[in-house]
Design a protein around this ligand. Structure first.
Ligand code: EPZ
Length: 420
């Protein structure tokens, strides 16, 4: 297994290019199941989860071809409709094939994803919505078995909770359903917006895009022709590197980004003392004198994203004062706390609220990554720790960050990937 060795440094300097968004790419790859043609996808990030999703589609019979700067996905030959445990256990977002496969073939089996480090991660809302659309759902031997022999019917769906992949799954199912589907309490994340925009541009009329109220006019089983598209930049990768600039008090520019997706993150960084120069596709963070403490509550988009909680918790260890960080979406998303405490951080957990007393001097040591965003928090802490930090189990990091060590090395970090 690989690990990262990081020397604590004083500051970074330069420019980092942001890759395509992992959480936009995953539903967009699943969306190719609705296409009658080969689909060209540009700007997919080179991360493990994307490879896993493409492997899942290949296992089902689709053809995936890697070109110079795009991937061609042809699902015409797709005939298998069972997503097995072997692949689903490595990536819970595999559940995103359920809606499109069921809508296209009338039956689908997907292994239950099981929980993960950050929480139980149920899919009850996905299943309830599909049943409402006419599917018969049974859970047998750890698999969801869904059938809709007469196809899916448009209907009114109200999500009890806002669910990102739940909204994406139902949007894709509704795309081929007969009639209109309304989704109330839909997720508004940019990744869901792009999925809706692409479907809407390719013959599936969707009203209310970007709002919590979507109306999808289904094609009644007619597959769609999908023109080439490019995945939006990854706002969480961008936010992570902005935190790298903030924690090392560096002047850092990130390019190929969409500042409008980062409103809540930029606002919190500003509260903590950072300032920015912003253009339509770049953000430069300017060093702040001292880092100020902050109060953060994670919520659905456009509020502060849970996927940036761990990174800001690391940043808060360097703030002068007491920060309060509340995690509202997942019940166990503080796995990074114990590792940060081992580096010297002063953090107390009461339920889903972390109290961080700063500023604390951190010391390099051996730490273990536990989940994707927790690992990026450890990288940020290592950048300002005294001495050397070895971060183990970085396969978590590789799921969602494209060439992280190369991007950080490029701006002056002393970081290398080694074999255990
Ligand atoms: C997506 O996960 C993202 N993953 C997550 O990013 C992100 O943290 C999360 O949305 C929240 O923004 C992808 O897009 C692939 P949810 P998802 O369904 O869709 C509860 C990362 O780091 N819920 O919006 O699985 C659930 O337990 C990953 O890139 C139900 O109760 O999250 C949670 O409390 C981590 N029943 C809340 O809703 C359901 O059927 C939000 O979950 C579905 C969800």
């Amino acid at each position: 297994m690989d690990y990262l060795k990081i020397q604590g440094i004083k500051s970074l300097n330069g420019t980092i290019k942001i890759s395509g968004a992992k959480n936009a790419s995953l539903p967009l790859i699943a969306m190719t199941i609705l296409a009658k043609n080969s689909v060209h996808i540009k700007n997919l990030p080179n991360v493990a989860d994307i490879k896993t999703m493409l492997k899942l589609l290949s296992n089902l019979g689709a053809e995936c071809e890697f070109k110079e700067d795009y991937v061609v996905v042809n699902t015409a030959p797709l005939k298998e409709t069972k997503a097995t445990y072997e692949i689903v256990k490595t990536m819970r977002a595999s559940i995103l094939v359920l809606g499109p496969i069921l809508a296209r073939f009338g039956h689908c089996e997907v292994s239950l994803p099981g929980g993960c480090a950050i929480g139980q991660r149920p899919i009850d809302l996905h299943l309830k919505a599909l049943e409402h659309m006419g599917a018969k759902i049974t859970i047998k031997a750890g698999y969801v078995e869904a059938t809709a022999p007469n196809g899916l019917k448009g209907c009114d769906i109200i999500f009890d909770k806002i669910t990102v992949t739940g909204t994406a799954n139902i949007v894709m199912a509704a795309a081929l359903a007969c009639g209109e589907t309304t989704i109330t309490n839909a997720a508004r994340e940019p990744e869901v917006v792009q999925l809706c925009e692409i479907l809407n541009e390719n013959g599936v009329q969707i009203d209310g895009i970007g709002t919590g109220e979507l109306t999808i006019h289904g094609t009644c089983g007619k597959l769609i022709d999908i023109k080439e598209f490019s995945v939006i930049p990854d706002r969480i990768e961008a936010g992570t590197y902005l935190c790298a600039g903030a924690i090392t008090r560096s002047e850092l520019t990130i390019t190929n980004t969409q500042p409008k997706h980062l409103g809540a993150v930029l606002a919190k960084l500003e509260e903590m003392g950072s300032s920015f120069t912003i253009t339509k596709d770049s953000i430069t963070i300017h060093p702040s004198g001292t880092i100020k403490p902050v109060k953060i509550t994670t919520q659905e988009y456009p509020a502060f994203p849970t996927d940036m909680q761990a990174q800001f918790l690391a940043l808060a260890t360097q703030a002068n004062g007491v920060s309060i960080i509340e995690e509202r979406l997942f019940e166990n998303r503080f796995m990074h706390v114990s590792e940060l405490q081992r580096m010297g951080a002063d953090i107390t957990l009461h339920g889903n609220i972390a109290t961080v007393v700063g500023k604390t001097e951190l010391s390099g040591t051996d730490v273990m990554a536990t989940d994707l965003r927790a690992s990026s928090a450890l990288v940020l802490a290592a950048l300002v720790s005294d001495g050397e930090t070895n971060i183990h189990r970085i396969y978590h990091l590789d799921r969602g960050y494209d060439s992280l060590e190369k991007k950080l090395e490029h701006v002056g970090a002393k970081i290398e990937r080694l074999k255990e």
